[in-house]
Design a protein around this ligand. Sequence first.
Ligand SMILES: NC(=O)c1ccc[n+]([C@@H]2O[C@H](COP(=O)([O-])OP(=O)(O)OC[C@H]3O[C@@H](n4cnc5c(N)ncnc54)[C@H](OP(=O)(O)O)[C@@H]3O)[C@@H](O)[C@H]2O)c1
Length: 292
Amino acid sequence: MKNIASHLGTNNKFLILGCGFSGSFFAKTIRRFGCTALTSSRSENKDPNSFVFDSENGLLPDEKIFDGVTHILSCIPPDKNGNDPVLDSLKSKIQSLSLEWVGYLSTTGVYGNTKGDWVSETNQPNPLQKRSQNRLSCEKEWIESGLPVQIFRLPGIYGPGRSTFEAIRNKKIKVISKENQVFSRIHVADITNAIVYLLQEQNSLKFHQIINIADDEPCSQIEVIQYCYDLLGLKMPKPILFEDAKKKLSPIAQSFWKENRRVSNKLLCETLGYKLIYRNYKIGLKNCFLNS
Ligand SMILES: NC(=O)c1ccc[n+]([C@@H]2O[C@H](COP(=O)([O-])OP(=O)(O)OC[C@H]3O[C@@H](n4cnc5c(N)ncnc54)[C@H](OP(=O)(O)O)[C@@H]3O)[C@@H](O)[C@H]2O)c1
């Protein structure tokens, strides 16, 4: 990765709200460039850079956590009532800070089902699922907050420790085929790297409030699974047709198959000039295979 130098460095203090899979990758990366990064979690842990934030149990960060904060990245999904946990509990506190930038990780679920067509930031969102309708409301609330917010719409996130390899190893894999069904995805390192790139280049690039971060090659799930079995040197079980498999799927798994879209990254990768590290699932999964 290029050095962040011009815009990010020791003067910057990030709060990463929701330090799960993407948040922890982001925190680790920006610390390497000299930034301070404090991360939230819902429970106490031994990490001295971590603090507790749990909106549902009213556990709010201590005031001093906010001292000198310049950047915030929220990686927290809507709560069970559909509200944004950060805005619900911390909106006025955050609005009182002198922030340079706020990032919000959203989902491409807000686009709904495009029956396999490409979808970009200029398409009107058309969320199908209740959780995606909630997500769109949260995006709207962030935009209307008056904060210098940038929204990143993400498809399925994978990376070392969270990929099809784990599903195969834990025997949780379901090999299902559905004709013409594709999914978009993104390697966790590209989420961080793209955000860092945009921050670094902010003076030379036009600001876009909503940006998709997806790889170049949406494809069927079965291609991905087959590729993992091949790398593991194992034989893939015979696929089950979706129509036969669907009765046994959980409601959440069924909802996943109701949406078929190709997420365009042209704004990020052509207009704004970001170069993906893992432009397709093969390169990305090879990285997971070597690091898990
Ligand atoms: N996973 C995907 O494939 C995918 C795809 C598209 C978009 N997204 C969205 O992108 C964002 C990041 O995804 P991810 O998979 O990296 O997330 P993740 O690993 O599930 O982490 C979510 C974080 O949010 C925290 N959190 C959840 N509810 C909270 C609450 N009420 N109060 C305070 N903290 C709360 C969790 O705390 P703990 O650490 O204590 O658990 C965790 O740190 C999320 O909004 C996710 O919905 C995910």
